[in-house]
Design a protein around this ligand. Structure first.
Ligand code: ASP
Ligand code: MG
Length: 417
């Protein structure tokens, strides 16, 4: 017998048929003797609709009322799933964040989970054999008692927090893909599903835009050592042996990964823009003068490359921003030209960032050097490079994105055989 969290995202509960399908997945695990807490998202599209209504009602809405409205999507799903489970003869009860409670900070719209009352769930597993169906995405502020939400995609974080609170063996994330891939299979048909990926690698992938899981949920899983298993809700519920290893990807600690590859995955993003500031003064305070106003404008700066000045007076500085913020960023910098002091602003929006990720890079030298060589052979020019302990990122012309990703995917032996 194991204790499990089963989390189902919006597409997995999109309508009543899908909810019935979810119930059959739950039934399989219950019949196998497991204690189960289910965490559900709102039905696909529901949250978007609720957010749109808030905006329409009041463009500058009160975040507390926004939370009251948007949390309702999950309330519907948890109630419906509990109804369907009961109809199948499974003892189940729904829980809203405030009922359990799941206590959070007061950052309405982006609240942090502080505490989950796991004891009540465990008691009901033991005394009543009851399945808990919990609304994801929501909680209650610990002082005011008001409903809070955790930010878009937050039910992943709910699921991981609940798994930690009840000491679950695994947190199963059922979604519309069957795991985490070495790269986007739409770009590289030979992309492979990973059996396992380390928390840190998944964090990089998620931050770089792999939409499988909310970044914060992976962070929480890493801190709390929750084993997270990404799997498909579209698999036939009865076709799976609950005692055998189902297809999917386990996100876990590095020590659980025996055959560690040097490179685990390749991520890429075309939503990047490059800004180069030419002949900016090489003196203390210049970086602050540039990035301060951008931060104030809430523009997220990513790669930053500054050269060492050759004349001791001026240098060039290049960085990237999300393509959607490009115009705003150049406006901000043009306005601040007086304070910053530079010659010229160059920019490009037809650029892409390709990132190569793997914890194995910590102990292997020359991983990036191989990429530079392989890309050179394909005549792909690299505009900027940044590195960290387990990742390096290359800025290239967007036209070459697919070619670069495919080249690197085979270079690091990630292709499906
Ligand atoms: N329903 C929420 C959203 O769409 C939370 C979630 O699905 O994780 O963002
Ligand atoms: Mg999601």
């Amino acid at each position: 017998m194991a204790r499990l969290v089963m989390k189902f995202g919006g597409t997995s509960v999109a309508d009543l048929d899908r909810i019935r399908n979810v119930a059959r997945h739950v039934k399989r695990e219950v019949n196998a003797g497991h204690q189960v807490a289910v965490v559900v998202s709102a039905m696909a599209g529901a949250t978007n609709q609720l957010v749109a209504w808030c905006r329409e009602a009041a463009p500058l809405h009160d975040a507390r009322e926004y939370d009251a409205v948007v949390a309702s999507g999950e309330q519907v799903t948890s109630g419906l799933l509990a109804l369907v489970l009961e109809g199948m003869g499974i003892n189940a009860r729904s829980w809203q964040g405030w009922q359990l409670p799941i206590l959070t900070s007061d950052a309405h719209g982006a609240a942090r989970i502080l505490d989950v009352n796991g004891a009540e769930l465990v008691k009901r597993f033991k005394e009543r054999g009851q399945v808990a169906v919990i609304s994801g995405f929501q909680g209650m502020h610990k002082e005011t008692g008001r409903i809070t939400t955790l930010g878009r995609g937050g039910s992943d974080t709910s699921a991981v927090a609940i798994a930690a609170a009840i000491g679950a063996e695994r947190c199963d994330i059922y979604t519309d893909v069957d795991g985490v891939y070495t790269t986007d299979p739409r770009v590289v048909p030979r992309a492979r599903r990973l059996d396992k990926i380390a928390y840190e690698e998944m964090l990089e992938l998620a931050s770089l835009g792999a939409k499988v899981m909310q970044v914060r949920s992976v962070e929480l899983g890493m801190v709390q050592s929750v084993r997270i298993f990404v799997r498909s809700s579209f698999d036939d519920p009865e076709g799976i042996d609950p005692r055998a290893e189902p297809p999917g990807t386990l996100i876990c600690g590095e020590e659980e990964i025996v055959e560690q590859q040097v490179v685990t995955g390749i991520a890429f993003s075309k939503d990047e823009a490059q800004i180069s500031i030419r002949r900016v003064a090489d003196k203390p305070g210049v970086a602050a003068a540039i990035f301060g106003p951008l931060a104030e404008a809430n523009i997220n700066v990513d790669m930053i490359v500054q050269n060492v000045s050759s004349d001791g007076a001026t240098t060039d500085l290049t960085f990237t921003v999300p393509a959607a913020d490009y115009q705003r960023a150049t406006d901000v910098l043009t306005r601040a030209k007086g304070q910053i002091g530079y010659d010229r602003l160059d920019g490009a929006t037809d650029v892409a960032k390709v990132s190569v990720i793997g914890v194995g890079m910590r102990s292997h030298a020359g991983v990036a050097a191989r990429a530079f060589k392989a890309l050179a052979q394909r005549n792909i020019n690299i505009r900027a490079i940044t590195t960290s302990e387990i990742k390096f990122s290359l800025l290239i012309d967007a036209n070459y994105t697919e070619l670069a990703v495919r080249t690197l995917h085979s270079l690091y032996d990630l292709d499906k055989t």
